[in-house]
Design a protein around this ligand. Sequence first.
Ligand SMILES: [Zn+2]
Length: 309
Amino acid sequence: MFGILFCAVCPAFGTPDSTKRSKDTIRIVAVGDMCFARGVEQAASKAGPSYPFERMLSALQQADIAFGNLECALTAHRAAVPKRYNFRASPTWAAKLAKAGFDVVSVANNHSQDFGSRGLADTVTSLTRAGVVPVGGGLTMSEARSPRVVARKGVRVAFLAYLGMFPPVLPILASGPSVAMAEPASMRVDIAAARKKADVVVVSLHAGVEMVTTPSRRQKSLAAEALRAGADVVLGHHPHVVQPVERHHGKVIFYSLGNFVFNPSPSFLRNPEGPWAAMADIRVSRRGVTEATLVPLLIVDRQPRPRKR
Ligand SMILES: [Zn+2]
């Protein structure tokens, strides 16, 4: 299984041959979970603010659009909601994400509300101020479910993001700061709306079982639902390990990209070479996905980095 996941480059389809790429093709790179709590902030304060991204800066900055899953609240608000793990980091991380090259981040996950509605609102506001587009979360449910369109070289890419785990961290309210829930009926409506505004639709899905390298039945059914509704790409995360890539008639599902910047778990420390992190490298044009590749990464000293080929 790991052999399949960790071939140097696992092409989902298409040939990574730059000579054949047309001028109207853009590159999207996507990474998994980023949590700046649990010691990452302290490490960065010693080693420098760009420390967690340092070895991936060229990949992130050379992409036309870089995406990641922000798995913590960016807030100074200290009142944690009652749950097992509450992740919080300084709102200054929003500008660090922008500087590293991130254009879009998902906040539809099980930690963006760890410091309540206020923590989520602070996260969304600080990202927006820093020029990073938050997706899957907003100051109202309608904002959370709105497709966010990013255009590059004439190609319009719509992003949507959903939390596929129930129950949600906070009660679902239409009027307050919210995250979008992966509920098929509402996903169909949102994806149809996104299709009207964009050439390519990317759906981020925070779902699955932690530390399991195969997608769950629920992950599969939600991803299939997203494709049926008109999505071109599904970007999965939450399991903290990398899961397979599937292609369906020119569309692609990355079930889990694993971690990107996340405090190492004991199993990680026992096997640092394991399937912990990967980057999706995707080329799209106005006609849809032209190439999709899973690029395995290593995480050493809290820093994601390319594996040697
Ligand atoms: Zn998660």
